[in-house]
Design a protein around this ligand. Sequence first.
Ligand SMILES: O[C@H]1[C@H](O)[C@@H](O)[C@H](O)[C@@H](O)[C@H]1O
Ligand SMILES: [Fe+2]
Ligand SMILES: [Fe+2]
Length: 304
Amino acid sequence: MTVLAEEPQLGIEVQDKKILNGNNEVVLNAGFVVPGINSFGHSFRDYDAESERKKSVEEFYRKNHINQTVEYVKRMREEYGKLNRAEMSIWECCELLNDTVDESDPDLDEPQIEHLLQTAEAIRKDYPNEDWLHLTGLIHDLGKVLLNPRFGELPQWAVVGDTFPVGCGFDESIVHYKYIKENPDYCNPAYNTKYGIYSEGCGLNNILMSWGHDDYMYLVAKENKTTLPPAALFIIRYHSFYPLHKSGAYKYLMNDEDVENFKWLQIFNNYDLYSKSKVRIDVEKVKPYYQSLIGKYFPAKLGW
Ligand SMILES: O[C@H]1[C@H](O)[C@@H](O)[C@H](O)[C@@H](O)[C@H]1O
Ligand SMILES: [Fe+2]
Ligand SMILES: [Fe+2]
């Protein structure tokens, strides 16, 4: 039997309002049942579990951590912020991700379009009235299109995986932290103190994050003048920032607006992570609904 907690509530405490059902699974406020294991039989985000993906995921993070420097992030934001590589609709981009597989992910080896729909549909079930959140689920990983040959075929380490701030000290909660020590910024006194080039409460908007699909998709959505609410843009931009939303690191960089948006990010993350499974969604069946949301919140064609 599933026992539900009372009213869905927004707030940092949302994550804590969990309850066990008869199968010893965790049920979140909104009714979402958190599976105990991923489709490989391990707990989610277990980077040390012996599995076929363990070695390649670790190698992915080694490359990621060595290369994500302040200088690199500035260059990529500048270059990719031009959005002059393609003109296409949101749905066309979803289809481009059809055969993209994310090498950083220990929980999923399905094509990305499956993950987008699984996330969106799981949210839709529990938050039927928040259509903006459904669409956020659908588009949050579209930045992975950077892996596509049309976008210069960036290496996986420059596109996927968790993100973290650059320009200030690296937090030990970063996955495979040991490789961060090989990052040139690690020894740079301008960047390796608690605040580095930032200040307390300066707001995440003023922080440079390691470059990848989050920041890129944020730039795409913002520059193409989406009418999605600020919380949606915040989710897209920081959904891979696990050191913050899982470990509570770097909170001192947040301002009041970030704290508000963070509540939605925490809700979102449960669906992003725990909806990963082998259950396929019938794309053609749900397509008309998502097309209508895309039409509501985005122009027909976007610059990418
Ligand atoms: O491996 C995953 C994947 O790349 C996700 O898209 C990203 O958002 C996560 O943070 C990361 O750990
Ligand atoms: Fe992602
Ligand atoms: Fe995702």
